[in-house]
Design a protein around this ligand. Sequence first.
Ligand code: NDP
Ligand code: 8X3
Length: 252
Amino acid sequence: MSNIVFITGATSGFGRAAARRFAAAGWSLVLTGRRLERLQALQDELGGQVPVHVAALDVRDAEAVRQAVAALPEGFRQVRALINNAGLALAPQAAQQVELADWHTMIDTNVTGLVNVTHALLPTLIASGAGASIVNLGSVAGQWPYPGSHVYGATKAFVQQFSYNLRCDLLGTGVRVTDIAPGMAETEFTLVRTRGDQAASERLYSGTTPLTAEDIAEQIFYVASLPAHININRLEVMPTRQAWQPFAVDRD
Ligand code: NDP
Ligand code: 8X3
């Protein structure tokens, strides 16, 4: 019987690359996201390789999440790894210029969505026992402040602390929890953040060497496939060509 991984946000970026990485290792896939046509395309691509189940799912909807987990077909129920990847940043301008609705969308997706899926799958993961994994996608923005990060960074700080706190409660169950905190990675992330500004997205990643979706998929697979006695608590990963800046000072 193959291992089963449940991935949120599998329609793009890290989630889609993770689906391919787990498939390459023979894992069965449960792929979720809101864009069903992209899920079906991934199912067409990987379905000849491993069993694939897709479910269109908005992680913000707790009842839909509960039903999607309850409706997992035979062969996909004994989930061994949960990859809590669905998430987004919006409104990169200063906090005082941001619409409240954008803050709510980030909280609803990155915080509420992540706990919705975790809550729905915890019994299954605990039943799976030693070697089961929850891999949460945090961010360097959860640890390091920068202008325009406001609620986005705060949601990722939540992801870090929730991951650590889960470790405490899951001690003795064998279920591992990891917060993976990437720096700049070229995906559709900036396109979403800028509401479709392709030029802004290309500008951010041009002339440097960002992380790729495949780089992070490799880290996700790594932490979920380590021997059962090893738990990576937090994995912060930046491009070599990204670092911090000095503190900003307001002067007369
Ligand atoms: P992408 O925009 O490429 O992918 C985001 C994924 O999240 C999509 O598959 C999208 O699917 C899904 N998603 C968004 N909202 C929802 C929702 N309400 N319900 C279900 N799925 C949703 O970005 P990345 O791959 O870069 O981002 C993945 C994660 O990594 C995010 O949590 C992000 O915050 C984090 N991250 C990204 C970094 C980067 O620089 N790229 C760095 C650090 C962390 P759909 O729209 O089909 O629902
Ligand atoms: C995404 C990376 O640097 O834009 O979480 O915050 S960054």
